[in-house]
Design a protein around this ligand. Structure first.
Ligand SMILES: Nc1ncnc2c1ncn2[C@@H]1O[C@H](COP(=O)(O)OP(=O)(O)OP(=O)(O)O)[C@@H](O)[C@H]1O
Ligand SMILES: [Mg+2]
Length: 419
């Protein structure tokens, strides 16, 4: 293999700058590159052994990158959310009338895939929508530049207030709201969404807006105002029903949808949109369950999907799905997709570090699931709870005093280094 080929290969494997989805440019970069990672080829140990040391190192790097970039897999829970999003986003975007567009609230515990599921569904909608626009040749908006941001993805700031939330929305578009009053900010948000032809506004981690402060009413009014901005509003959060965000709303028993009154602030109303109920579907993204045969089958399907992504030389068919493994993984993760991903990714990396090259219960016993993420707000419940590291049966055994002189200390030492 030539040096050039090797170089381009490593460049391809090592991530460049990770796109920041919280700006219009970053979102577009992410959308266009989100499926571009190519996993390491599957090669036998014999082929690996025939490679030069250097090519082996590159292949190992590629395997590690593959384990670090496990793809999103369809789960029955994520499909329910993305199907609803896809149809709602398209129907709303096709509406010509100035009525408000029913929104979506996605509720679930930490690490359950809310952000990634919603971002993927929104990006897929945007791909479709831009394709349609190109097809019908939508005229440019009057003005010097045609700025288009079909999706605006905004993370609610950690100590969110109505003003900082508006500012975060403006930040996505690179617009300043410096020194503006709340009323001016709301007006600027409305103008930015219109100028960028935004169809969908995603407010992630909305439950960071704690509803026990004196500006509660402003917060509720802001959400009502955003609901009437002719975009589909997607609100994502942990524990939405208990957050106070639904206060003042009522659930229509026929449709199951939540309906909300107009904003109290006279200045924030959209004249054209009054008279129309602000409606929302509230959907839950749940973890896998392990109670019925169907639910267990879905969980095992997910594990099969992950197993197919692993590149370990001693991997056997059924490595994650055979014997007591599904039950073990469920016990470790509570069926939460984000924790399953952590456990398997770290397990794969340990399998390579130790040369064991397969995933076993013993190996996973020494993986500690860590979920701390700089962008997560633990206080808002975004980390979720990680089940105890050792399953109940093994924890009991471990507590018993015993002679450990002959124990193999190989794996624990490596785990200690990973802490
Ligand atoms: N369907 C899926 N298949 C495989 N992995 C998934 C899936 N959904 C999410 N994940 C992985 O789980 C992890 C957590 O997902 P995500 O950040 O979307 O969770 P979240 O519910 O938004 O969490 P938080 O409340 O902490 O923001 C991510 O690393 C993601 O890649
Ligand atoms: Mg999230």
């Amino acid at each position: 293999m030539s040096v050039e080929t090797r170089l381009s290969q490593t460049r391809f494997i090592l991530p460049g700058e990770v796109p920041d989805r919280e700006s219009a440019e970053g979102w577009t970069t992410w959308r266009l590159t989100r499926h571009s990672f190519v996993p390491a080829p599957r090669i036998s140990r014999a082929v690996y052994a025939s490679k030069s040391k250097r090519d082996q190192a590159i292949h190992d790097l590629h395997r590690r990158a593959t384990h670090a970039n496990l793809p999103l897999l369809d789960t029955p829970m994520s499909l329910a959310v993305s199907d609803l999003m896809q149809s709602r986003l398209l129907n709303n975007a096709l509406k010509k009338k100035p009525t408000t567009r029913p929104g979506i609230m996605i509720n679930g515990g930490g690490n359950q895939g809310k952000t990634e599921t919603a971002a993927e569904a929104a990006a897929a909608f945007e791909d479709l929508w831009l394709g349609l626009e190109a097809f019908v040749d939508v005229p440019e908006l009057p003005g010097a530049r045609d700025l288009r941001a079909t999706i605006a993805y905004v993370q609610t700031p950690v100590t969110a207030t109505p003003k900082s939330t508006c500012q975060a929305i403006l930040d996505f578009f690179g617009t300043s709201g410096h020194n503006m009053t709340l009323t001016q900010l709301v007006r600027q948000v409305r103008a930015s969404l219109r100028d960028h032809r935004t169809r969908v506004l995603i407010l992630d981690d909305i439950t960071r807006l704690r509803m026990h402060r004196k500006d509660d009413q402003d917060t509720l009014d802001l959400i009502r105002a955003l609901m009437s901005m002719r975009v589909t509003l997607v609100l994502i959060g942990v524990g939405i029903p208990d957050s106070g965000l639904l206060s003042g709303g009522w659930q229509n028993p026929k449709t199951g949808q939540w309906e909300f009154p107009e904003p109290g602030h006279q200045d924030w109303k959209d004249e054209a949109a009054t008279q129309t109920a602000r409606r929302f579907d509230l959907v839950d993204l749940r973890p896998f369950s392990y109670d019925t045969a169907d639910n267990i089958a879905s969980f095992v399907d997910h594990l099969t999907g992950l197993e197919n992504e692993l590149r370990l030389f001693n991997a056997r068919d059924g490595m994650l799905t055979g014997g007591g493994m599904p039950e073990y993984i469920y016990r470790r993760t509570g069926g939460v997709v984000g924790l399953i991903e952590r456990l398997i990714e770290d397990g794969a990396s340990l399998a390579m570090d130790t040369g064991i090259e397969e995933i076993t219960e013993e190996l996973l016993d020494s993986v500690i699931i860590r979920t701390q993420h700089p962008k997560r707000d633990r206080a808002a419940g975004e980390e979720g709870d990680v089940p105890p590291a050792l399953p109940a049966k093994k924890a009991v055994q471990a507590r018993r005093a015993r002679n450990t002189v002959f124990d193999d200390k190989g794996i624990p030492e490596i785990t200690a280094a990973r802490k």
